[in-house]
Design a protein around this ligand. Structure first.
Ligand code: COA
Length: 250
């Protein structure tokens, strides 16, 4: 458990579980403990009939700056990566309930790619989506190399995942990464309202509809595994270590 993740079931939003990233001093960069807490919440929702939709929220101006680069550096220097990240990716891909996200501001690395597993994402107009995997000498994760080209086409997926180009909220909406754009003041309300509406729908029909729309989980899991093997090797590379050290030295 960590207080960098707050899991709540707000009484004003029946059936909705909120997973809030709460490490604003580090732009909500994810630590291993944060992944573990999020995985537990997602897994618990699968078997709790009272929890019908999970919503990811960040803090003002920061959705998430991605994986904690200090944790990456520790792995690059010989430490274990642990299972927390991969377990979180599996939990996202295997979620049996709809996932909604409300993005305000920075959405970097997994802060972008987790939205590929969300069914509805609403972002504020000041949001920025960016995956600097290759700049960090890493490779795409979270099955983004499979899902992103499908939804946005090769060129935009390449620009995002390989070239590391930033996408504005409007560009992300045009690319199909997100559903709607609002003002920063409205984004949380809009995400919670969308989730509350979903939570009131007949859950069995919603589950079947979602499963049909999402398609094969096996393919997504298989891609998560292939990416993870490359990712683990890259984390130990000299060029990745140099990139992490450069960030930590800034
Ligand atoms: N891992 C660890 N710490 C991070 C972090 C990350 N991914 N992102 C931000 N932080 C920390 C900074 O080191 C800084 O800590 P400090 O105050 O102790 O020095 C704090 O969060 C604030 O970040 P800062 O860089 O000062 O804010 P900014 O507004 O100038 O820039 C970012 C914000 C997110 C653009 C910039 O921090 C950044 O590029 N972070 C790395 C993003 C990244 O590459 N993630 C991995 C993707 S795979």
């Amino acid at each position: 458990m960590t207080d960098h993740i707050i899991v709540e079931q707000p009484s004003a939003h029946p059936g909705v579980q909120v997973i809030r990233f709460n490490r604003p001093e580090k732009k909500n960069a994810f630590t291993r403990a944060m992944y573990r807490t999020m995985t537990d919440a997602l897994t618990a929702a699968n078997t709790d009939a009272n929890l019908r939709v999970t919503v990811f929220l960040g803090t003002e101006g920061s959705f998430s700056a991605g994986n904690d680069i200090g944790d990456f550096l520790a792995t690059a220097m010989g430490g274990s990566m642990g299972d927390e990240l991969i377990d979180f990716l599996y939990a996202l891909a295997k979620s049996e309930k709809p996932l909604v996200s409300g993005v305000d501001g920075l959405a970097i690395g997994i802060g972008t790619t987790l939205n590929l597993h969300c069914d509805l994402t609403i972002a504020s107009d000041r949001s920025q989506f960016r995956t600097p995997f290759v700049d960090l000498a890493l490779v795409p994760e979270a099955a983004s190399s499979l899902i992103a080209p499908r939804i946005m086409g090769h060129q935009r997926a390449f620009a995002m995942l390989a070239a590391g180009e930033a996408f504005s909220a409007e560009e992300a909406r045009e690319a199909g990464l997100i559903w709607k754009v609002t003002t920063p003041d409205e984004v949380e309300h809009a995400a919670l309202a969308a989730a509350t509406k979903l939570a009131a729908k007949p859950p069995e029909a919603l589950k079947i509809a979602r499963d049909l729309i999402c398609g094969s989980r096996e393919e997504v899991i298989a891609r998560i595994d292939v990416e993870a093997r490359h990712f683990a090797t890259r984390l130990k590379s000299a060029e990745a270590r140099a990139a992490f050290e450069a960030f930590m030295r800034r």
